[in-house]
Design a protein around this ligand. Sequence first.
Ligand SMILES: Cc1cc2nc3c(=O)[nH]c(=O)nc-3n(C[C@H](O)[C@H](O)[C@H](O)COP(=O)(O)O)c2cc1C
Length: 212
Amino acid sequence: MARLSDHRPDTDGSLCHRRLDQLTANMAPLRDVLIETMLLDEEQFRRRLPDLVETHQLRSVDPEPADESPAAVLQDLKGFEPTSVTGFEREYIAKMVRLGTIPLGLTLTGPAYQDNPVRYATQTFQEMTGYSLAALRGENLRLLQGPATDPEAVATLQEGIDIWEQRTVELWNYRADGTRFRNRVTIVPLTGPDGSITNWLGVQKAIDTTDD
Ligand SMILES: Cc1cc2nc3c(=O)[nH]c(=O)nc-3n(C[C@H](O)[C@H](O)[C@H](O)COP(=O)(O)O)c2cc1C
């Protein structure tokens, strides 16, 4: 796909159309496309990745990673024990690893009946919060909340979890060093092989604010 900068000004109508399409694609929120892509199976995910990388200019992502199985991708993760997660979780984590440095954080938690323990969090999420994967694993992400956290936003997340529905909120969170940041959080229920909700995907974005 051509980049915007590749187009020179001209009078060709079809080129203008293409440029408009490209602009529209660039404006599509990364979060929504990302969620859609994460929900694809491994093979479709691989096929979609180059387009996602190009459209959203995700320069840190290898659009065509080596043909490795999820187990092989996880084997290379430092301090991570691949056998500590289910096969379903491994597939999600392998996709998350490939998107680990994009400007949005990604988190995978276990089921609500286990209080949504963190199974994996991407590098961006670790940098955003100052917590390492080792510190996050097994924790519920309410550990980021504190005195200024909006109770209504927390209740909205809780409601989504109760009825297995996607929710997006903005709320104050606290980094490991105690400084706070505005976090836009989306939670997405993940349906496991048996048709029940076995896990949750989190997409987090630190929102620019002067009050942080
Ligand atoms: C996948 C996932 C990601 C979440 N990410 C965050 C987060 O980044 N920040 C936050 O304050 N809460 C986050 N939460 C919400 C909390 O884990 C918890 O569900 C919320 O505080 C409501 O439950 P509680 O009232 O029992 O605390 C996330 C939840 C899930 C399932």
